[in-house]
Design a protein around this ligand. Structure first.
Ligand SMILES: *Cc1c(COP(=O)(O)O)cnc(C)c1O
Length: 395
């Protein structure tokens, strides 16, 4: 299918032409000096996007899911205890992976739609006198429910308990779109993927390791081969890769990370916040509830919207695609059939977003939901018209 419509799924996201062209490059010898001219700036730019001075950046030919595995297998040993919060499908999958790897996972369960309860992390760590807990797993932005958690509060809970646990953060659907501070928040491993905030095709797992996490790699005994960061680090030191890299994707990452830095991270975050405000205004005009339990924890990259009891939310997604060629996200896990998702991250403008809101309300009206076409668009327009600088004409 060939459509000019933007996607409104929470990843993969729309790819700007500049980035698509950067990915489409002639084959080069990845053992030549030309490769280092792609790899080194890509890693430096990613470090800046993570807001870290000194993190080791690792780029695997893989996806975000492998990023979780990189974090766990490189720093932990069989039977190690980890503490994880489960508040949606992605945190649930990370817990399931940790269990399958033979870790002893202490799970804090909260209802889907809630954020990470930092006080319960503080309590669990305070009870752990012997420091058996080696790591805390936190999903910054739960893409299934559209909920963002406060990672600074998680760090404060760890520090408040005087605990030595490492802090691993899944930022797959937040990094490059929402405020994320690897150093300020004391994050030991940050996990991202190429196909969300970085506006690339899928195919790269993007990681930052703190010095403490790097030290843990020497002690860790879980099996890892392809995902061993020590092999990566040894090859990076020589400007190369331990195997054949996805050169086009890495060149795309070099360009996309530079684009984020050039727009300015504060501007990128403000753009996402404004676009999200417009989507939330539309949802309120539709009289539909968000999955997020409270306004303060609503995600600026994805909104999960509950549909009325007895109405299969998947029909909205199917119908919007079939009739209007517009993709929305389905409800995942326990939200399947009960919610649909609007992804609003990556390469998006206010005006593109209005198109997505219009498509959603046409689909819902067609299916007999009591939505007045235009109501959500009008509510979002008010948000987008309000109080913002008029961009100066290009000189
Ligand atoms: C998309 C996503 C993942 C999984 O990434 P893949 O690239 O699909 O493996 C993990 N965590 C979160 C929060 C995500 O949004």
């Amino acid at each position: 299918m060939n459509s000019q419509n933007p996607l409104f799924i929470p990843g993969p996201t729309n790819i700007p032409d500049t980035i698509r062209k950067a990915c489409d490059m002639p084959v080069i010898d990845h053992r030549s000096a030309a490769f280092a001219e792609i790899l080194n700036p890509a890693r430096a730019n990613v470090r800046a996007v993570l807001r870290s001075e000194s993190a080791e950046i690792f780029l695997f030919t893989a996806t975000g899911t492998a990023g979780w595995e990189v974090a766990l297998t490189n720093t932990l040993s069989s039977g190690d205890r980890v503490l994880a919060v489960r508040n949606g499908m992605f945190s649930q999958r990370w817990v399931a992976m940790a269990e399958r790897l033979g870790l002893d996972v202490l799970v804090i369960d909260v209802p889907w739609g809630e954020d990470i309860p930092a006080e319960r992390i503080a309590d669990a760590l305070a009870d752990d006198n012997g420091h058996a807990i080696k790591a805390v797993l936190a999903t910054h932005n739960e893409t299934a429910t559209g909920v963002t958690s406060d990672i600074a509060a998680v760090r404060a809970a760890i520090d408040g308990a005087g605990h030595t646990a490492l802090l691993f953060v899944d930022g797959v659907s937040s990094i490059g779109s929402m405020d994320f501070r690897m150093d300020d928040w004391g994050i030991d491993v940050a996990v991202a993927g190429s196909q969300k905030g970085f506006m690339l095709p899928s195919g790269l797992a993007i990681l930052g390791f703190s010095a403490k996490a790097m030290a843990a790699t020497e002690e860790a005994e879980l099996n890892r081969v392809f995902l061993d960061v020590r092999d990566m680090a040894a090859s990076y030191a020589k400007g190369g890769y331990p195997y054949t890299p996805a050169v086009g994707l890495l060149n795309g990452l070099r360009v996309s990370s530079a684009m984020l830095l050039e727009e300015g991270l504060a501007n990128v975050f403000a753009r996402h916040a404004r676009i999200a405000d417009g989507v939330r205004a539309a949802v309120a005009a539709w009289n539909l509830p968000l999955c997020a339990a409270r306004p303060e924890i609503c995600s600026d990259t994805v909104s999960a919207i509950r549909t009325p009891e007895g109405f299969d939310a998947g029909r909205i997604v199917d119908h919007a695609m079939a009739k209007y060629g517009v993709a929305f996200g389905v409800g995942l896990g326990q939200l399947a059939g009960k919610a649909f998702r609007i992804g609003h991250l990556g390469s998006l403008t206010d005006v593109m977003t209005l198109g997505g809101i219009a498509a959603a309300e046409m689909a819902m009206s067609d299916l007999g939901l009591p939505i007045r076409p235009g109501a959500g668009v009008a509510a979002a327009q008010e948000v987008y018209r309000a109080d913002r600088p008029v961009r100066a004409a290009a000189a």
